[in-house]
Design a protein around this ligand. Sequence first.
Ligand SMILES: O=C(O)CCC(=O)C(=O)O
Ligand SMILES: [Fe+2]
Length: 215
Amino acid sequence: MDGELFPRDRTEVAPGAVLLPDWLDEQRQRELVAACREWARHPAGMRTVRTPGGGVMSAKMVALGWHWRPYHFSKTADDGSPVKPFPPELDELAQRAIADAFSQENSLGYDMALLNFYDAKAHMGMHQDKDELSKAPVISLSLGDTCVFRFGNTESRSRPYTDLELHSGDLFVFGGASRFAFHGVPRILPGTAPRRLGLTGRLNLTLRATGMSSP
Ligand SMILES: O=C(O)CCC(=O)C(=O)O
Ligand SMILES: [Fe+2]
């Protein structure tokens, strides 16, 4: 939405899981959306992801640094092209996110980004991010439409969980005791993107440290 009636506060959703609302200003959001459009281009571009069980994920994805398919990383995309490089400025963004979320430095280099695109009907089921060898926090940036984000526990997909809204520009970081918490996106709130962003739908950029060395 354009302009909040009341500013939203920093929220610790669970130990090690922090929401920093409006972390990206309008200009930075616009720059990231423009970058996402480039990253989405083929080859090694935005694609539909099939799960080993025969399902099709409703969010479309593109990966940088390391390609991801359920459930491992590789250097080659589904179309056989080399995965696009991980831009160093995304590591800088990750380091700033950690510093702002936890008031501490992080020495681990981030080397992978997963970009998810959700149209009005897309969603993502409850899952853990556990294909990384590193336990570095996962960093999530939201652009465009607001979503309902469900942040659960480390034991199972079911309750207890907290539903929160992630708006365009919000930063959500989960590490420490929350690093392997189940989470998902039950729904998108269509038409809630800031008008001037020029984006229909929602983009979510997650930054990760895979803990793997490049071949
Ligand atoms: O879109 C989101 O906010 C969550 C994405 C996510 O959980 C993932 O890419 O693993
Ligand atoms: Fe995830």
